[in-house]
Design a protein around this ligand. Structure first.
Ligand code: ADP
Length: 493
């Protein structure tokens, strides 16, 4: 129960995290965009509002008349014409006229006893620029009952040449603009959460759909056990990263299945190879114990038993080497290895077997500037050289010749060639000789061996980054075989 909860948690949190991230980024963008829209809208409306107020004030100013003696007269209709006095929706305009010295001269009737103030600052600004806009907040005007809203005030200079200049002030309520602003804020405060909610639902749906193939892969992977290694995870049709993941997993399963079965086959083969000499040994022991044996029979038995024990210990040794090489590069003790010295050492050890068969072992090292040195596990490289030379001797006829050559190759490589004059390797066997436990038909009875020598050699070469191949053409009538191994030359520090 505990583990299934832990297994499903990462997927849920990935989906939630994706949705949160998506909604977060989208939300911030939406809010910034709405804010920008609001600012543009407000600034445009403010400009339109001010333009309308300016036009209206110009109309009002043209209704102000000054007599020759400087008396102020107003065209009576100018302030009563409804479309001029009330051009602003949701409120009325107030009007007041000052002398340029700041003395109030006249005001519209709707102002009754209230006064639109003309501060020294306003007066200086209007005298300098001809007009001046200002917003008067409701709280500044709250003393008066008629000013219950924010007002936009335009102070405008009526230029009547020389001493007859006047300042006219027109104040209009900003109700419409504020109404539109508050409408916009209400719209945004409802629409943004709704849009984000839709985005979150959409995100959840999309992420669930996108992760569905991952779910299917997880479900299938859980069902694949060691006994069902032939099964594969589903591969989605869309050419995306999830398909890549499924293909990678399937390739991994291919390798696992192959490794698993070759391991099984290897164990079965190894058991069989160990069982046969053990059965022979047990049979012989039982036979010896069944009755009294002569000294000669006893000696024969001991000779045969020693051969079987030798074979068994060689086999166990080979299996141990294989296990070590199979464990990979981490199990190797890497050092610099002199190949010429290794070859000479191996030849000295095999001299006795060669002499028994009167096989002539010859060595040739080509002359080089620097020593024939590679980097690797000394013991394993010795095993490799030994397997090749021992095979060459084993499969050579009596009085045959085996030659071992070390030479330089391009690209900092060294070539080891082990050549014999034996029966050669027929084409049908050439691909198989490096397989574990493979022994050719005519080797099985006549020549002792485990079928592991070349498999070990191949693995050793592989873990050292080298190459191994065999050249043999008995079918063309040319006897013998030549095994060639390429080593990487040790680079000087
Ligand atoms: P083993 O020698 O114990 O049988 P190997 O793995 O060393 O196992 O060799 C596998 C097979 O390859 C041998 O059974 C033999 O048929 C063939 N082989 C190996 N080396 C030679 C050689 N030098 N000449 C001819 N055949 C060889």
């Amino acid at each position: 129960m505990f583990s299934s909860k832990a297994e499903s948690a990462p997927l849920t949190s990935l989906r939630t995290r994706l949705v949160f991230l998506f909604v977060g980024i989208f939300g911030v963008t939406l809010i910034l965009f709405s804010f920008f829209l609001y600012e543009v809208f407000v600034s445009n409306h403010q400009k339109e509002f001010d333009a309308a107020l300016y036009n209206y004030t110009v109309d009002v100013a043209s209704a102000v008349d000054v007599s020759f003696f400087g008396e102020l007269t107003l065209t009576p209709n100018a302030l009563t014409e409804s479309e001029k006095v009330f051009p602003f929706a949701l409120g009325e305009a107030f009007l007041q006229i000052y002398s340029v010295q700041g003395k109030p001269l006249a005001r519209s009737r709707n102002l009754s006893n209230n006064v639109l103030k003309l501060t020294d600052e306003d007066r200086t600004a209007v005298l300098a620029q001809g007009s001046n806009f200002k917003t008067i907040p409701a709280k500044e005007l709250a003393r008066s009952r008629i000013f219950s809203k924010n007002y936009r005030l335009l102070t405008y200079l009526i230029n009547r040449s020389g001493p007859f200049d006047y300042v006219v002030q027109v104040a209009v309520p900003m109700v419409l603009l504020e109404h539109e602003k508050s409408n916009l804020i209400t719209f945004f405060s409802f629409s943004i959460p709704i849009v984000l909610l839709i985005a979150a639902c959409g995100g959840l749906y999309v992420s669930r759909k996108a992760l569905a193939p991952v779910n299917a892969i997880i479900e299938k992977s859980k069902k694949i056990t060691a006994t069902q290694l032939s099964q594969r995870v589903p591969v989605p049709a869309a050419k995306d990263e999830i398909r890549e993941l499924a293909l990678t997993l399937n390739a991994l399963l291919d390798r696992l299945e192959q490794a698993f079965y070759s391991q099984e086959t290897f164990i079965a083969d190894a058991s069989h190879q160990l069982k046969t000499p053990l059965s022979i040994l047990r049979g012989e022991i039982d036979l010896m114990r069944s009755k009294e044996r002569s000294a000669q029979e006893m000696a024969e038995f001991l000779h045969s038993a020693s051969q079987e024990v030798n074979y068994l210990s060689r086999m166990v040794e080979d299996l141990l080497i294989l296990a070590r090489v199979d464990a990979g590069a981490s199990s190797l003790s890497i050092q610099s290895v002199r190949l010429d010295e290794t070859v000479l050492e191996v030849i000295a050890r095999l001299d006795r077997i060669a002499t028994q068969k009167a096989v002539k072992l010859s060595v040739h090292f080509s002359e080089t500037q620097s020593p024939m040195e590679t980097e690797g596990d000394g013991d394993l490289i010795r095993s490799l050289v030994e397997n090749l030379i021992e095979n060459a001797v084993k499969y050579s006829p009596e009085q045959g010749k085996v030659s071992v050559t070390l030479s330089e190759m391009p690209e900092e490589r060294i070539l080891l060639a082990v050549e014999d004059q034996g029966r050669g390797i027929p084409e049908s066997s050439r691909d198989k000789i490096f397989d574990r436990f493979y022994r050719s038909e005519n080797s099985r009875d006549k020549i002792s061996g485990s079928g592991l020598g070349l498999a070990i050699a191949k693995r050793i070469v592989e873990v050292h980054g080298g190459k191994i191949r065999v050249e043999s053409r008995p079918e063309t009538g040319v006897p013998g075989s030549c095994f060639k191994v390429e080593f990487r030359r040790r680079m000087k520090a």
